[in-house]
Structures are given as C-alpha cells and as structure tokens.
Design a protein around this ligand. Structure first.
Ligand SMILES: Nc1nc2c(ncn2[C@@H]2O[C@H](COP(=O)(O)OP(=O)(O)OP(=O)(O)O)[C@@H](O)[C@H]2O)c(=O)[nH]1
Ligand SMILES: [Mg+2]
Length: 1021
C-alpha cells in the first residue's frame, strides 16, 4: 500500500474530518475536468494532464464520446489549516439518460459541488440536480466554470463579464428561491389551523415566508459559497483567495475586503477609500478592478500579445515560481495553464471551501436521518420502538464496537477480477518460485513418460471431471466479473467476515423484525443474511483493500453479488428499516428486444442481461409474453451503452437488437362533433350522454350463469387523469391509511379536493369520486373503477375497510371483480397496451344462489367476465391511442436554427419555447416530440447542424393521437378527401398495426389489393 493510501486509511477513523461530496451539473459543464485537477492535487495523475485526461471517465466509450456515463468515487487527502481531511469525491454524469447514476451518488453524499457553465448558465439538468441536492438535504457550493470562455468566445471586457456573472448567479438563486418558497408553503400547510376566532384576534395572512430564514440559502461570493473557475486551464478562486492575496500585498484589512470585494463597491484612489455606489457613479466595481482585470491581463499577455517580457514582470510582481521548462514552452496554452494554476491553484480553492463549508458525516442531523429511515408518506412515530432507537446511531455516526452496523448500498458496479487488489500481479516470493520450478519439472517428466504412446494419454476420472468443469466455466461470462457494492457506512465498522442482514427495499421491520431477531426468516420478508468478503477503499480506477471500514465513509464491499441486486440496506440489527427509495426523475421508456446472433448463445444472453440489470440502476430487464428478452433503457445513449456492455462484458457474444419498442396507451374520448373532414356528425351517431345512457352499457354473464354484470366506460377529464398520474405515491400509500404521516394525510385531503375540481365538468364523476373502489392497472394506475350499485355496500379507496356486514355474498367476491378491472386496464383491446384515463362503472351486479355445474370456481369466472366486460364497454366508446412524448431541450447556435427546425418538424415535433442566452449566439429551444419519432434524432441533428445542436430528451407526457385507429373513409366527403384507401394513411392505424405485428396479434390488413393492376402496369404501356 502506498504511503498516501495508508494515510487515507488512517484518516477514515476521524469522522469530523471526512467530507463526502459529489459533483453535479448539466451535461458538459465540466465536472470530470474539474475532478481531474482535484485528483492531480493528490499526485494520482500528473498536473500536466489534469483537465485533459478526464481520469474519472475510466470507460473506453466515456473517453471516446466525451461524456460520463457512470458515477465513480475517489478518496482524496487534503491538509488544510493544520488539519488533515479525507475527501470522498464522486463524479456524476450530466446526460439525462444517466440521471439514475446521479441518484446513486447523491444518496451517499452530504455535500454537493454544483458546476455551472458560465456561458450556458442554468440548464434543465442544473435545475434537476439543484432540486435533488435540496430534497436530500445536502449542502451545496457553486462553481461557476469556464470563465475563460467569457474572454475569448464571448469577447467580453471585464465589466461586461462582471454583469454576465451576476446574471448567471441570479438565475441560480432564482431556482433556489423557488424551491425555498415551495418548501415554506408546504410547511405552513402543516401548521394547525385556528378554528375559533375570538374578538380581538388578528388573522395571520402571511404564509410564513417572511419569518423563514433564507440567509444561508443563496449563493453569493460574499457568503463564501461560490467559486470562479476554468477547469480546463486549471485555475479557480473564491473571494477568500483574493482577500488573502490583497491583505498580504496591499495591507488591506481582511474584514473590509471580505465585505467589499464583491458587490457595488469601488475604490476612490485619490481619497484612498472604498466607497459604495459603483453602479450609479459608473465606476469600476472593486471585483472588476482587483480580480477580473488581472485575470484578463494574463490571458491577453500570454495568448494574444505573446509578450514574454511583460509576462515575466507580472510573474515577478506576484512572486510566482514557474518552471523554466514551462516558460520556454512554445505552446502558449501550456504556458497559460502553468502560470494560472500556480497563481490560483484550482484544488486549493475548491477543497478548502469543501472542508470549511460542507458538513462532515457526523453532522447528518436528525431531519435527514429521519428522511432516510422513513418514507415521507409515513409517520416516523409508527415505526417500532426498536427501530426508533436506531435514530441515535444514524445521527451519531460512530465506530464503536457496540454500535450497530448500518450500511447503505446504492448500486452494484462490476470490476474485472484481474483488477481486484488481491489478484493484481504481485512479485513472487522465493517459496512460490521454488514450488513453480518443481511443478514445471514434474510436468516435463510426465510428458517424457507418455511420449511413447502415440499421442494418446489416459486420463483419470478426476482429471476428466476437472476438464469438464473448466469447459463449463469457460462459457460463463460472469466469471471474470466481480460485483462490488458502492456503499456508505452510516454507523459502526465493517470488515471481511461480518455477517449482516440484507434488507430489500420492501422489507418491513414492523412485521418481520421480531422473527428475524429470533433467527427466523419468514417467507416474502425481503431479507436475508450475508457474509461480507472484503472491504475496499474506492480510488477512481482502482480499489485498495481495507482491514476495517469505519462509519461515515464511502467504500466498496465484495461478496454481496448474490444477495443484492441493485441497492439494499445492510444492518446487524433486524429492526433497521430499509433506506427510503429515491424517486427517479425519469423512467426507462425506450425498450428493445435482444437476442443472440447464434441461437446457441441464448443462455449467455439471458445471464448477461441479469448481470446488466444488477450493474445498472436504471435498466429494467423483462421477458415478454412471447418469450422475448426485453431491455428497458432511459434513452438512446443509454441503450447504446447497455448493448456495448452486454456484447463486450456480460454476455460476450454477438447480439441482435430489435428496433426500439415504444409503449402506447389506450384511451377513450367523448364522441367527437365533427368527422375527419370537419363535417358535423349528425343523425344516428349520438352524443356522449345518450351513449352512456343506453348504448354504452354492456351486459355480461359468467359462463355458469350464476352472476351477471352491467358495465359502462367513460372518458376521464384530462386534468383528472393527470392528477392520478402525479400522485401515484399517495395512491400507493392509501393501501395502509393508518400509517400515514400527518403531512400525507393533508396531502391526501388536498388530492381529493383537486380531484373534485378536476371532475367539475362531469357531473356523474363529481358525484361518484367517493365511490371509487380501485385504481388500475397495478392498483395505482390512471384508470378508475366506480361502484354505482346502491345495494352493494363496499368500502371505497378513501376509507379504511370496516368489518364486513354479513348477508351479502357479493362482498366475498369483490377482489375478483377488482382483479378483472386490473387485467382489463393492464392490456386494452386496441393492441394490448395499458389503458389510461378511463373510468369504468359497475351499473348492476346480480348474484344467484347457484349456477350451472361443470364450470370452474366462480371467482375465476368473475375475473374473466369483468375483464371482458371492461374491454367491451371500452370499445363501445370512441377509442384512441396515446403516444409518449419527449421534451426535447436543445442548445443551438443561431446559424443552424433553421436546419434544426426542419429536423424537428419532420419528426412531428412542436416547438414549445425558444430563448436566446443573453450575450451569446446560442438559443435554448424546447420542443415536444413523439418518442416513436425520436430515434436517431441526436445523430441527425448533429449531421444537419455540423455538431452545433445538442438535444436532451426527457419523457414528458402522454398525448392523445386524435384519429380513431379503426377509421376508414366513410362519408362521401371523406372519400373524396382521402380516397378509398385513405391515401395519406391513418397514423394511429400504422402504430396500432406495428404494435400488433410485434406482439404476434391478428391484423386486419389487406396486403395486396387489385393485384392485376400491379401486374399490368409496365406491360400496358
Ligand atoms: N473552455 C473551457 N472548456 C472547458 C472547461 N472545463 C471543461 N471544458 C470542456 O468541456 C467539455 C466537457 O467537459 P467534461 O469535464 O467532460 O464535462 P462533464 O460535465 O464531466 O460532462 P458529462 O460528464 O458528460 O456530463 C470538455 O471538452 C472540456 O474540455 C473550461 O473551464 N473552459
Ligand atoms: Mg463527466
């Protein structure tokens, strides 16, 4: 172990001096480049390569594409103000496809370094990461990066740059302010309401915003939480850097400088005073004069004027020591980096601010610990006593023998076995050398003995066995991969040999804690036991073996591969709750079917997919109903990375990938007033209301004629459906109403109110919200099932089920009824895709004493009959397909704006907004584009705009495709307008048929019409 690593290991025990931080930003704002300089400060890479190597991007494709795809960690040592610090630094990806990797990093850290490109300013992912840091209760510092771009790209003078910096700061602070107000408002909602008013009482209209403390909230250089940097040129400074420089050089008072160096202050040279009001008097602010002017001067002298003499003078005044070799360099960029990084070393500014400003793991605090232990929707108080006791261990973060061991695994990452510390080539000891020599001699003798038997060698049974085993092993792709858990110890110590409980996300200490404590493992308790086989320090591309891991540190753990799939909580105490799952900001929407090129590789692919699933938090692997292996990814870039991983590491065989499969939703709409050519529909086609009264009702009977139903479907208002989608976690929480936290209780009431408002346009729905008996599919989906049979007295979703009244047999069969609805909404009749925005009404339900014999159990018959009924009543309404839409954010240069619009329109996209980034020629354009039309968009845009436009695609919403998929030209006008075969084909039908074809469903499609015409086309000329 190197000296540095030894030091790091020692430092792990001093929790006060540990900082766990991650670097977060929008894509390409310079996180990895910044990390380089910090890593270089530890001598892991040479300072010369810092900013160019992108050390934390250890994968080949990360290097080639220039984007980070995985978050990775490194432990750094930093001596600061006579103390020694251990900084566990994490680099995260900025591309939206990998936002789940950001989640895994954020989970383990206490502090965040938010990087913002000073030219691009706040971008969509910047907002997302600020929100994530906020939600996790992390303390952030801000790095305004790429300041060099202001000089040469934007060609700003120092005052212009100052104004621009202020603008970007305001943008960031606006985001912070917004999050703060939202929080205060939601907190003030929780305050107990005053119900009685006495005379003389004053009513407080304020929202609490005035009293809330926001002094620490905003970023400001004067607050000491902003750093200015150019990561690629290796320099950075905070206000404190210049305060130090000028107090030494010019004998200024530190306190005065700290107050005045940032802000509306200027220097009056005559009076030798610093005064306020630079703006009004049109004077140079102090920051411009003392800071920016100097930096601009260096860039000017070195890169523009190439004036060595002047430069030497400047270096002399500052007392910098530059290597003669760098001074002689003919490349001005090298010279610039050498000078600037000596004057304003990046690592010093960033790391010292991290040590001073960001909390240690011991400062985790009560609030954050509670948040980790208990989902927001539940009351902390309902946790069992034994569990509540663990809160002190969380907050204390101590490593005594008596402390429970609590570890959170946020992801599993693959390491090739040869890279593991134990397996790296070591120099051989004398004994090992001697034994190898003997072995070689024996082999040689054996060979000589068997030489006479014409090449045939008799093998013993044992030898045969080993050979067979070896052959089998050769086929297993996972053999050279070991999964290491990316984890943080929250309490206690961890070493190889420790036996711990592995608690899956669904583990519940209330129900299973006691059994586990007694040594039982009840079925489906989502817990198991595991023995840790090794603990490692994470060092970027390497791992270093650790004897013991201490509380507060981020470490790697081996030996968990068989017990942990993606994330888990490890604890020595079975009363520990599993850590709260993070809500993902995106969900995997792009799915493909994969299969091997050679069918003999099928097993390898199946195994490979499992490994991939384990290694990537954001991948989902499914087997479809027809037996295909489906892979769900966040987007195209993510997909390409997964396929590469699969072919190269996990399955190790050639793979065929289907065209991406894009999901659809099925819905119904009110009967339209006009047909496809905008003619009013009259006559026999009735209005929706009439339909509901008679035509829409479907009547069914179970096969044994014992039970019959009347069902009806109706479209939910769009706002209503949206609410259902947005509040899934509340709907989930409804399942256990007694455990709801008071906050969730209020959220629930609010949710009900909002639903009532959204239902206003539909009288029937308004009257029946209280009669909803289920949501579906999966009991949380955006469809509802309403009980409108007055005699059927069953509990709605909103109330706790009471003890059941005797006498009504139907009540025993409610779950079958609901299951039928669940199945119907899971796969609709258009093309077996899930339904959305549909309400089903149970109009009547008859149950006879007995039915025909010879049929299976009644419950099963009810499931299938209700499912069928829902599907038929769905089809009695005008049906529509819904397509998934992406929000597409594109940063694009003005000169290629037109070309970009061309690409978007061709793909049926709509522009939502377009803004120019002030002072630059870059536009930020937001568009909506159907997911199905988005494939290869990034590539096409790059080609069309010579790489000047970069799209970020995030799933946004579902949109109704306003054409009936079964529509064919019917009326005379339609026939004249569209021709007999609807020449411009019905897009909904195209999509529907494509889905059906994929699923192997029957398609109502004529392949060749009027074949004889085709035959005669050429001959008849
Ligand atoms: N001009 C300039 N370019 C920079 C600076 N810092 C980084 N870059 C460039 O910006 C590009 C992106 O840098 P990265 O460090 O890979 O960005 P990132 O934030 O890690 O990107 P992702 O991980 O993909 O989100 C690279 O081409 C860098 O050379 C800077 O201070 N000034
Ligand atoms: Mg990066």
């Amino acid at each position: 172990m190197s000296l540095l690593n030894k030091k790091l290991e020692d430092l792990q025990q001093n929790v006060k001096n540990i900082r766990n931080i991650c670097i977060l930003a929008h894509v390409d704002h310079g996180k990895t480049t910044l990390a380089d300089s910090l890593v270089a400060a530890n001598g892991v890479i040479s300072a010369k390569l810092a900013g160019k190597l992108r050390y934390m991007d250890s994968r080949k494709d990360e290097q080639e594409r220039g984007i980070t795809m995985k978050s990775s960690a490194i432990s750094l040592f930093y001596p600061w103000q006579e103390k020694e610090y251990l900084i566990n630094l994490m680099d995260s990806p900025g591309h939206v496809d990998f936002s789940s990797e950001v989640c895994t990093a954020v989970r383990l850290c206490d502090g965040a370094v938010i990087v913002v490109d000073i030219v691009e300013g706040v971008q969509p992912q910047t907002k997302v990461v600020l929100q994530q840091a906020w939600d996790q209760g992390m303390k952030p510092i801000l790095v305004l990066n790429k300041l060099d771009r202001l000089i040469f790209e934007m060609k700003l003078d120092t005052r212009g740059a100052y104004a621009h910096i202020n603008q970007v700061l305001e943008q960031v602070n606006a985001v912070m302010g917004e999050m703060f107000t939202t929080q205060v408002f939601s907190d003030s909602n929780q305050k107990p309401e005053i119900t009685e008013f006495k005379e003389g009482d004053t009513f407080d209209w304020s929202s609490g915003l005035e009293d809330a403390d926001d002094s620490q909230l905003y970023f400001s250089p004067a607050q000491g939480n902003v750093i200015f940097a150019s990561a690629s040129d290796g320099w950075a400074f905070s206000l404190e850097t210049f305060v130090e420089i000028y107090t030494k050089k010019l004998n200024f008072s530190k306190t005065v400088l700290r107050k005045t160096l940032w802000g509306d202050y200027y220097m009056n040279v005559k009076e030798k005073k610093i005064l306020k009001g630079a703006n009004i008097k049109n004077k140079k602010p102090l920051f411009v004069q003392l800071v920016l002017d100097n930096i601009w001067a260096f860039y000017q002298t070195i890169l523009d004027d190439k004036d060595k003499e002047r430069l030497e003078k400047m270096i002399g005044t500052l007392g910098l020591k530059i290597l003669p070799r760098d001074m002689r360099s003919s490349d001005p960029k090298i010279l610039l980096t050498a000078v600037m990084s000596t004057w304003l070393p990046l690592a010093v500014s960033v790391l010292s601010m991290v040590c001073d400003n960001l909390p240690s793991p011991a400062d985790i605090g009560l609030e954050r610990s509670k948040k980790l232990m208990c989902p927001q929707t539940k009351k902390f108080e309902i946790l069992p006593e034994e569990t509540k006791k663990l809160l002190t261990s969380f907050t204390a973060c101590t490593s005594n023998d008596s402390d429970p061991k609590i570890v959170f695994v946020s992801k599993m990452f693959p390491v090739s076995k040869s890279q593991m510390p134990g397996n790296r080539a070591k120099p051989l000891s004398d004994e090992e050398l001697a034994s190898r020599r003997t072995a070689a001699r024996e082999r040689h003798q054996e060979r000589q003995l068997t030489a006479g038997t014409e090449g045939a060698v008799q093998l013993t049974a044992d030898q045969l066995k080993t050979i067979e085993l070896n052959q089998e092993e050769e086929k297993k792709p996972e053999d050279d991969i070991e999964f290491i858990a990316f984890a943080r110890i929250f309490s206690g110590t961890l070493k190889a040999g420790d036996e711990l409980f592995v608690l899956g996300p669904k583990y519940d200490p209330t129900t299973s804690g006691k059994s586990l404590a007694e040594g039982d493992f009840p079925e489906h308790c989502h817990a198991s036991k595991v023995v840790v086989s090794g603990v490692y320090m994470l060092l970027g591309r390497d791992l270093e073996h650790l004897e013991v891991g201490y509380a507060g540190n981020i470490i790697g753990i081996s030996g968990l591969a068989n017990s942990v799939i993606k994330s888990a909580t490890l604890c020595s105490n079975p009363w520990c709750p599993p850590f709260v799952e993070l809500v993902q900001s995106t969900f995997p929407i792009l799915r493909v079917a994969v299969e091997p090129v050679r069918s003999s590789d099928m097993k390898a692919v199946a195994k490979g997919l499992q490994l991939l699933n384990q290694a990537d938090a954001h991948v989902e692997v499914l087997v479809s109903e027809v037996g295909e292996h489906l892979l769900l990814t966040a987007g195209e870039v993510h997909l390409q990375r997964c396929i590469l991983d699969l072919t190269e590491s996990y399955a190790k065989c050639e793979i065929m990938v289907s065209d991406p499969i894009v999901p659809f939703r099925e819905t119904i709409v009110p009967v339209p007033d006009t047909d496809m050519v905008n003619e009013a529909i009259e006559g026999e086609k009735k209005t929706n209301k009439d339909l509901n009264d008679e035509g829409g009702i479907v009547e069914l009977e179970t096969p044994n004629k014992q039970s019959s139903f009347k069902l009806r479907a109706f479209p939910l208002p769009a706002g209503f459906t949206k609410l259902l989608q947005e509040n899934i976690f509340l709907i989930k929480a409804l399942a256990s109403k007694t455990e709801l936290s008071s906050q969730s209780q209020e959220d629930l009431e609010l949710f009900q109110e909002q639903l009532a408002t959204a239902a206003m346009e539909d009288d029937f729905l308004t009257a029946n919200i209280k009669n909803i008996i289920s949501f579906g599919p999966k009991r949380t989906g955006p469809n509802i099932f309403i009980n409108s049979v007055p005699s059927l007295d069953t509990a709605s979703v909103w109330v706790e089920p009471q003890s059941r009244k005797k006498g009504d047999e139907r009540l025993d069969l409610i779950s079958s009824l609901v299951n039928g609805f669940q199945l119907a909404t899971f796969a609709g009749p258009i093309c077996e895709e899930p339904m959305m925005g549909v309400g089903f009404v149970l109009e009547s339900w008859e149950l006879q004493e007995e039915g025909d014999t010879g049929w299976g159990p009644l419950s099963g018959q009810i499931v299938s009959t209700v499912k069928d009924g829902c599907r038929r009543s769905f089809q009695a309404q005008p049906v529509r397909l819904m397509t998934a839409m992406y929000t597409c954010d594109i940063a694009v240069k003005a000169e290629v704006l037109g070309k970009m619009y061309g690409v978007i329109h061709r793909r049926r996209g709509q522009i939502v907004s377009e803004e120019m980034i002030e002072g630059s020629s870059t536009f930020t354009v937001t568009a909506h584009i159907p997911v199905i039309e988005s494939l290869n968009l990034a590539n096409e845009l790059r080609k069309q705009t010579s790489g000047l436009a970069m799209p970020q695609l995030i799933f946004s919403h579902w949109e109704i495709l306003d054409v009936d998929p079964y529509w064919e030209p019917n009326t005379e006008e339609e026939l004249t307008h569209f021709g007999e075969k609807a020449d411009s084909e019905n897009p909904a039908r195209v999509y529907m048929n494509a889905v059906k074809r994929r699923k192997g469903l029957k398609i109502d499609e004529k392949l060749v019409e009027f074949a004889e015409k085709q035959r005669t086309l050429t001959k008849s000329k």
